[in-house]
Design a protein around this ligand. Sequence first.
Ligand code: MLT
Length: 248
Amino acid sequence: MRPTLLLLHGFPLDHTLWTPNVARLAREAEIIAPDLRGFGTNTAQPAMRTMDDLANDLFSLLDQRGIEHVIPCGLSMGGYVAMAMLERSPERLAGLILCNTRSTADTEEAKQGRENTAMEAEQKGMAVIARAMVPKVLGATTRRTKPELSATVETMIARQDARTTAAASRAMALRPDRTEVLRTFAKPALVITGSEDELMPLPTSQAMVAALPSAQLVVIPQAGHLSNLEKPEAFNEAVIAYLERLAE
Ligand code: MLT
């Protein structure tokens, strides 16, 4: 049976983050790339309070579709959601792909930064958030060589709902350290990051690989935080090789 890949976007983005990956990965797996609660076309209410709310939404979606097992592939905030899914129902995960993310909780300073972002979204609006975030989420090489991606990401962020963005920022601040949860996942896992990811430096990925009993690390050269969008061929190749390993 073909595996089901559940592609989980980052913050404050939507399912179109996965546009460069879906067609290629669909040759290997069933693809579900939802908009998380309040993002993109998803207008569900009330706003999330925790990453667990999003994990629960996803299990409900899978139940509605009669899908028992999935491989969550979560980028950054999507990775936090994937780890919340792992904690809630490990038996439903046929694999796990964590991209440009971390298993640790926020520091006090980071939590304060989340509150500032939430207030900025509420008070100044998404255009301001979008302009500030683009240079942080795209790697230096991408900003230099693919300027069109800056516009794509800025537009994607700017169209998100400000209240959802504020809620997600506060929800991320509440997430627990899930490093110990990773230790319990015995199946093969994949950790992907970009060599130019300034938001999630390499040691955060190495720490997840060290915690997971059977994980491989792929560092994509010249990619920043949005590795799947910046270097889709390398990203797709890593995921396909992983799916082949899982099927052995
Ligand atoms: C994301 O891309 O989802 C965010 O950078 C996650 C975060 O701020 O921790």
